[in-house]
Ligand binder design. Structure first.
Ligand code: MF3
Ligand code: CO
Length: 251
C-alpha cells in the first residue's frame, strides 16, 4: 500500500532530509587517507544525534552501524570496521536519519584524493547524472517506470550497468515503504505518480556487469566481476509542481 504524505509530514521529512544532507557533507569532508571506516561511523553517529535525530540504519534488521560505507567494488551496505582508507579509493556513503518520526535517506560517492583513472571518474559522473535524470522524471501524472527508465537509459548509453538486486523505495514513517523504485524498467509502466508521494531514488551503477553477491557478513554487496561501483541517492517529495529534493544541502 502506498501512503501519500500530508503537508505536515512533508515538513518533518524536510527536517530529516536536512540532517542527512548535513551529516553526509561532514563525513565527506572528514574522510582522509589512513582513517578507518569505523572512524567515520563514530562521526556519523555523533553528528546525527547532535541534531536530535536517530540513526535509522543502526539495528535495522540487525545492521550494526549508523552509516554504510562501501569501498571500490563494494556496491552498498558495507559495514564500517578496521579497514583503512587509501588514496584513489571510491567511497560510497549511505546514511539515514529519523526526525519526529520521519526518515530521510541519501547516499553519495567520491574518490579519496582523486580518481584512479578517467573511466572511474566517468562512472561517478554518470551515476550522479542518472540520479538527477530519475528525479526529473518523477512528476505527478507520470509512472514509476519513467523514473526507472530515465536512470537505466542514461547508465547504459554510457556503457555501464545498473544493479537489479537492490532498488530504491518509498519512504516516510518507515525507511522502506511501497513502492519499490527499480533502476531499470519501461516508461509508462508501473504505478501512477501522485502529489504527496515520497521516494528514495538510488542508482547503484557498476563499471562492468550488473551481477552482485552478498559477502559472508550478510550485508556487504559486491560486484561479481570485481569492477568498481558507485551509488547516489536522494529522498524526494512530489507535489503538483514536480519533485523537491529533501536531502540536498540547500534544502
Ligand atoms: N539506503 C539503504 C537502503 O535504502 C540503506 C539501508 S542499509 C541498512 O536500503 F543498514 F539500514 F539496512
Ligand atoms: Co535507500
Amino acid at each position: 500500500m502506498i501512503e501519500l504524505k500530508s503537508a505536515r509530514d512533508r515538513e518533518r521529512m524536510r527536517k530529516a532530509g536536512r540532517v542527512v544532507a548535513e551529516v553526509l557533507q561532514i563525513l565527506k569532508s572528514a574522510t582522509a587517507v589512513g582513517m578507518s571506516t569505523r572512524d567515520l561511523d563514530i562521526i556519523a553517529d555523533r553528528e546525527i544525534r547532535a541534531r536530535n535525530a536517530i540513526p535509522v540504519f543502526k539495528g535495522y534488521h540487525g545492521y550494526p552501524a549508523s552509516v554504510c560505507i562501501s569501498v571500490n567494488h563494494e556496491v552498498v551496505h558495507g559495514i564500517p570496521g578496521n579497514r583503512k582508507l587509501r588514496p584513489h579509493d571510491l567511497i560510497s556513503l549511505d546514511l539515514g536519519a529519523t526526525v519526529e518520526g520521519f526518515v530521510g535517506d541519501a547516499a553519495l560517492s567520491f574518490f579519496l584524493a582523486q580518481a584512479p583513472d578517467h573511466e572511474a571518474e566517468r562512472l561517478l559522473q554518470v551515476t550522479e547524472e542518472s540520479l538527477y535524470k530519475g528525479i526529473a522524471a518523477a512528476v505527478p501524472g507520470g509512472h514509476l517506470g519513467d523514473i526507472s527508465h530515465a536512470v537505466q537509459s542514461h547508465v547504459e548509453q554510457n556503457g555501464f550497468s545498473v544493479v537489479r538486486d537492490f532498488v530504491g523505495h518509498g519512504i516516510g514513517r518507515q525507511m522502506h515503504e511501497d513502492p519499490q523504485v527499480p533502476n531499470y524498467g519501461a516508461p509508462g509502466r508501473g504505478v501512477l505518480l501522485k502529489s504527496g508521494l515520497a521516494l528514495a531514488i538510488e542508482p547503484m551503477v557498476n563499471m562492468g556487469r550488473f551481477e552482485v553477491d552478498v559477502l559472508d557478513d550478510g550485508w556487504t554487496v559486491v560486484t561479481r566481476d570485481g569492477s568498481l561501483s558507485a551509488h547516489f541517492e536522494h529522498t524526494i517529495f512530489l507535489d503538483e509542481n514536480g519533485p523537491e529534493i529533501l536531502t540536498a544541502l540547500n534544502a
